[in-house]
Write a protein that binds this ligand. Structure first.
Ligand code: 5RP
Length: 231
């Protein structure tokens, strides 16, 4: 199977999971990216079961609306039964690197108010140690260079994310992203807390203190269901 076919497979598996485990009339938290898009398209067949969705990005909002889902503002919601999203890397504890699509801040916010985080990924995303994929950090633009120096001191190589025309990529929140290469992240929780404390960091794309509860991992043998025990 191609990577795209695996994404469709786990998108459908996540829709099946939500239809089987989430009560009718619920509001669903929805992530961002090509795998999350497969989930949106698969869930559209049963959209009448749900009141709507809380979205993690402008792009996801457009996709959800095109499929006929009503969008809710997170400020009007107390909790979400489930949040479904992709990942750039996931380790054996359910800790993830996210933000390859630039939506890490809103993703982390929506995930934080969700009871169950379902990660959907193809098997290439499962790693022993996080860090092969560059770690995204969303930064307030005036802090970019100061944060870059701190990253370098940690042994990482910060690269400003740019668009095709060479101008900085700007997030939905009006900030920039540093993609950090060269880190071997053996203790993701500690690194997440450490980087989060730097002035000017909006969000680090480590999802470890609130990692996945369940991963639906697509591979040659089909969809593997991995549950994580939380400390
Ligand atoms: C977006 C994300 C995505 O979940 C992550 O980049 C994976 O994307 P894809 O499903 O397209 O491989 O964190 O900010």
């Amino acid at each position: 199977m191609t990577q795209d076919e695996l994404k469709q497979l786990v998108g459908q598996a996540a829709a099946d999971y939500v239809n089987a485990n989430v009560p009718e009339g619920a509001i669903i938290g929805v992530g961002t990216g090509s795998t999350a898009n497969c989930f949106i398209d698969a869930l559209a067949a049963s959209k009448g079961r749900y009141r709507g969705a809380v979205s993690s990005s402008v792009a996801t909002t457009a996709r959800l609306e095109a499929q006929g889902f009503k969008i809710f503002d997170l400020n009007d919601i107390e909790s979400l039964p489930v949040y479904v999203d992709g990942a750039d890397e996931i380790d054996a504890s359910g800790a993830m690197i996210k933000g390859g699509g630039g939506a890490l801040t809103r993703e982390k916010i929506v995930a934080s108010v969700s009871e169950v985080f379902v990660c959907i990924a193809d098997a290439s995303k499962l790693v022993d140690v996080l860090g092969q994929f560059p770690l995204p950090i969303e930064v307030v633009p005036m802090a970019r260079t100061a944060i870059g120096r701190r990253v370098t001191a940690l042994g990482g190589v910060p690269v400003l994310r740019v668009k095709q025309d060479g101008s900085p990529f700007i997030t939905d929140n009006g900030n920039e992203i540093l993609d950090v290469k060269g880190l071997r992240i053996s203790d993701p929780r500690t690194l997440e807390a450490h980087v989060n404390a730097w002035p000017g960091v909006v969000t680090v794309g480590l999802f470890a203190s609130r990692g996945a509860d369940l991963c639906l991992l697509g591979g040659a043998q089909g969809v593997e269901r991995i549950e994580y025990r939380k400390a």
